[in-house]
Design a protein. Structure first.
Length: 236
């Protein structure tokens, strides 16, 4: 099993370079670094200057262990006490400092384009608080004049899969989709138009029948008048 490395390997290596006579190989192996990184620290060529971290004070090494290594260049330093793993506690999503200024823009985009997503979902997705969300929604945010709605995926605040999952969850919670409601409206409109057409056809048929009846009555009256006239001439 591989030996654990110090909690802060570069800072520990920097301290060992400055405060011991251990070889670069020993320091590199103990800290889990490449020997060239240790060499660069010793030559002040490293791009970043590390503040040394005393592994003896942290309990990761002992003075006896360091002395054994200094006495024998082939000796492999042994970790005295492995560092405790540091894990995050539950809380909002961690956002790098460089992207935190983009959060309001991402929140504004979600509020505008996906109002069905709850504040709790936005907080989990972006890593923000309800107070910030409400301030952006009611435009009371201190920087509201400079906030521009931008896709949080493009800003790197969340992944497209996470955003899609939030939208799907919100839609499921909301019940029937708006698309289904929009489809129901045309059906109702079609039924109404069909009824109007049927009524119009009935009226037209009734009017036609009335005209035909009037024409027949007029024809019959004309025939009756003609017969009467002919009968009068015969009697005369």
């Amino acid at each position: 099993m591989a030996q654990p490395t110090p909690l802060m390997p570069h800072a520990t290596a920097s301290w060992l370079v400055d405060n011991t006579a251990l070889s670069f190989d020993q320091i590199a192996e103990f800290c889990g670094l490449h020997i060239l990184e240790v060499q660069a620290m010793a030559d002040d060529l490293a791009s970043s200057k590390y503040t040394g971290r005393d592994p003896v004070h942290s309990g990761e090494l002992t003075h006896d262990e360091i002395e054994k290594g200094q006495a024998d260049p082939n000796y492999r330093l042994k970790m005295h006490r492995a560092p405790v793993d540091v894990s995050r506690t539950k809380g909002p999503r961690y956002t790098p400092v460089s992207k935190r200024q983009d959060k309001p823009d991402g929140i504004a985009w979600i509020i505008r384009n996906h109002p069905e997503i709850s504040d709790a979902q936005i907080g989990k997705l972006i890593g923000t608080t309800r107070n910030t969300i409400n301030a952006i929604r009611d435009r009371s945010h201190w920087n509201i004049q400079n906030i521009q709605a931008k896709d949080p995926v493009t800003l790197g605040l969340c992944s497209q899969r996470e955003l899609d999952a939030a939208v799907a969850k919100a839609a499921k919670r909301a019940g029937p989709s708006e698309e289904g409601e929009e489809q129901a409206v045309p059906d109702q409109r079609d039924e109404k138009e069909k009824l109007i057409e049927e009524l119009r056809a009935e009226r037209e048929a009734a009017a036609k029948a009335a005209v035909e009846a009037a024409q027949e009555a007029e024809a019959e009256a004309w025939l009756e008048a003609k017969r009467a006239a002919e009968a009068g001439e015969s009697n005369g």
